[in-house]
Design a protein around this ligand. Sequence first.
Ligand code: HEC
Ligand code: HEC
Length: 363
Amino acid sequence: MRISTGVRLVIFVAAIGSTTVAANFISQDKKGKTPQTASLFPKDGPKIPLGLVPILWPDDNAYTPEKAELGWLLFFDPRLSSDSTVSCASCHAPAFAFADGQPVSTGIKGHKGGRSAPSVINRGYGALQFWDGRAASLEVQAKGPIANTIEMTNEKDAAKAHATCLERLRSVKEYRQLFKKVFGVEDFTIDQVAQAIATFERCVLSGNSPYDKFKAGDKSALTESQQRGFSIFFSNNARCDSCHDGSALTTNQFANIGIGMDKPSPDWGRFNVTKREDDKGAFKTPGLREIARTGPYMHDGSLKTLEDVVEHYDKGGIKNQWLHQDIRPLKLSKQDKTDLVAFLHALNGEGWQQFKAPVAFPK
Ligand code: HEC
Ligand code: HEC
């Protein structure tokens, strides 16, 4: 991660009798004014864009602006990885709408994983994380990559990986101060690292798209083609909404739509977690917001464009004995396909663009 030195600005305010640190890691705007952290992480939680429902904050990890800011710093900090080369943002980058634009992602020492990096946008709306849902919360998920030898660590043992990550972070004075401020302790734990990161992730939202404006009554928000695509998406024929429904456009259910099922040894997805026969080849239904920005698509990154995705559904997926019943030939016309893709573009919105990489990290 490159840190631009020109705009580096770290201000310390040492309040008498306490260890409060008011650090500013945010880049200056064009007029040379530094936007306050408060505008990134408001006191009462993130502003919920049009079309989204309020975030449900877990009882054991409530929102505070300081915790969200700490999570933001950790999310972008490559020191979470063994050799300080890989951060969460390496594979979930703002430039790619918090995904990485690659079919499968590349971690430490150039190791390649077997699955595509999903976006973290709107992940606060689903409990189960990962394509196969193996992590029960964002807090549990965040500890995964830190202990993953393909992604962020050289350590084979997960406990050791977490311990060495903690050692690196605890050696940074400003992190000790920030954790003290947020959690009341300097010798913070990996669970607290994960809690801070999860708090940040719950602030990364996307709504207020042309689709939301259209639904709210602005009939000019969608083009005619997009309006036809809207009707197809929610039609009894295509039934996209039988899986992609709700404000984040996912029911968070698992389904086999045939992706990768024609490979010699398919990724069994959800089955690996539940060992239930009917979960074979099933993956978590992704939310579709910002979808035009997060290709290539599917758990294995095998479909390059939204046109390819629509073709996949139109032909009825890839046949296999576990294929979901709603995946069958749709007989869409050329125009229908164009319209459906146009509609998917109308799901690009806002609520995440303000989160850029910090201009400096705790020292
Ligand atoms: C080397 C690339 C890489 C790094 C580094 C990485 N991730 Fe991921 N991330 C992935 C991939 C690939 C998946 C999907 C893996 C799977 O489902 O088995 C994923 C899945 C996720 C998910 C689940 C999304 C969903 O839709 O279920 C979240 C949340 C997430 N990562 C956050 C993080 C955080 C937080 C960090 C840093 C602690 C991080 N990632 C580091 C590649 C990466
Ligand atoms: C039976 C449930 C179901 C239906 C119906 C369905 N989808 Fe999906 N969709 C999924 C699942 C599950 C995935 C991920 C599959 C995988 O990676 O193996 C997915 C993936 C996608 C993706 C790629 C997301 C990403 O982040 O890579 C797009 C785009 C998409 N669907 C659009 C649609 C459209 C358009 C329709 C209607 C024509 C539709 N879906 C119908 C379940 C469904």
